[in-house]
Design a protein around this ligand. Structure first.
Ligand code: PLP
Ligand code: COI
Length: 364
């Protein structure tokens, strides 16, 4: 079998999907990442057969050998994107091709096989189609989690010869539980997320494992998210544990840290850069130091800051805390520019604002 074919997904519908009334109960207040749909997409890979055995099947535990390579050397990558319910009862995805491409780049960095873009997109489309009833009404969405892991039963340290690609879906509301108008962030001084030459630009599970202690420290200090500084000078703001960051200045311009291999090239980040530029807002992708952040917040040159990502959407940052003390941005809440960009982005994602970029992918 060729390694680049597009595959036919065989459907094995769930014999007993969750009853509609129970599902409706779960969808009332799903939170983030705890409510799962009835099905999953699975595709297998082996060096000898290439990609094969594509299925849509009931979501269920996966039998694993304790010697499966991922359990030892963490050869795993994932993606995150959302399906939205449209007013006419259909479902759409936001720039899923970008997720498919980033998945390929992550695979390359982790020495994994490259999943054809079409197989990635078909798996997502088919899962959203069969589990369409799990897309919440209103502000909620169906968070799609494609992932792939090394499944060879072998303890030698080398790229695995077998992989499993799976897509699951989770009905979600807002990522942050806080009802505050903006989130607070903790600047990690002891831990960094990624070093030059490392895996910072890949969406691999290991990056998140390495971030957990810093995130726990942030939580202990009453903060919603951790901010990572660069690993070399411990000076330049890189990104948050699970989102990119933007700064808005009094002259109307914006700054976001440049993609240099140590931060995740966010699809929300790139979309916001495009939207801002089209609105005539100058956006600079340039290094911004933690000292400058503090000084600009104090002088009032910095008006707003926000986090962005698939899960976070656009979330204002109000307070920055570190062992040296804390400072507030603007009035500590959201700002006009943050709200304007969020409204345009969410408007396009939900079909309320014309999509002149071709970002919306219709599922059905
Ligand atoms: N940075 C990190 C570390 C992330 O986990 C995410 C979320 O996927 C992002 C940035 C934002 O990326 P995207 O906008 O593609 O969701
Ligand atoms: C996403 O936004 O998709 C992520 O993977 C980030 C994580 C905080 C859920």
């Amino acid at each position: 079998m060729s390694k680049t074919q597009s595959l036919q997904f065989v459907r094995h519908p769930h014999p007993a999907p969750l009853a509609a009334d129970k599902r409706a109960e779960l969808l009332k207040n799903p939170g983030f990442g705890r409510v799962f749909s009835d099905h999953m997409a699975t595709v297998r890979y082996s060096d000898s057969q290439g990609w094969h055995d594509a299925r849509i099947e009931p979501r269920a535990p996966i039998p694993m050998d304790p010697a499966a390579a991922v359990l030892h050397y963490a050869q795993e990558i994932f993606e995150g994107l959302k399906a939205y319910r449209t007013e006419d009862g259909g479902a759409t995805l936001f720039r899923p091709e970008e997720n498919a491409r980033r998945f390929q780049q992550s695979a390359e960095r982790l020495a994994m096989p490259i999943l054809p873009e079409k197989v990635f997109l078909d798996a997502v489309d088919q899962l959203v189609d069969i589990d369409r009833a799990w897309i919440p009404e209103g502000d909620g969405s169906l968070y799609i989690r494609p992932f792939m892991f090394a499944n060879e039963i072998f303890l030698g340290v080398k790229p695995s010869s077998d992989y499993l690609f799976i897509v699951i879906a989770s009905s979600v509301g807002a990522y942050f539980k806080t009802s505050a108008p903006a989130v607070s962030v903790w600047v990690s001084q002891d831990y960094t997320r990624a070093a030059p030459g490392g895996t910072g630009a890949a969406k691999c599970g290991g990056n998140y494992a390495a971030s957990l202690l810093a995130q726990a420290e942030a939580t202990r200090h009453g903060c919603d998210q951790v901010v990572f500084l660069d690993a070399v000078e411990k000076r330049w703001v890189e990104e948050l544990g699970g989102m990119n960051v933007f700064f808005v200045f009094d002259d109307g311009s914006m700054v976001t840290p440049p993609l240099g291999g140590t931060i995740l090239p966010g699809i929300t980040r790139s979309s916001l850069i495009t939207l801002a530029k089209d609105k005539g807002i100058p956006v600079r992708e340039e290094p911004y130091s933690i000292q400058q952040w503090k000084a600009d917040a104090a002088s009032g040159r910095l008006r707003e800051a926000f986090a962005c990502g698939t899960a976070a959407v656009v979330t204002p940052i109000g307070t920055v805390r570190s062992p040296d003390g804390e400072f507030t941005i603007g009035n500590g809440g959201s700002g006009a520019r943050t709200e304007e960009l969020k409204a345009t982005l969410v408007g396009i994602q939900r079909g309320r604002v014309a999509d002149k970029y071709g970002w919306i992918h219709k599922v059905f």
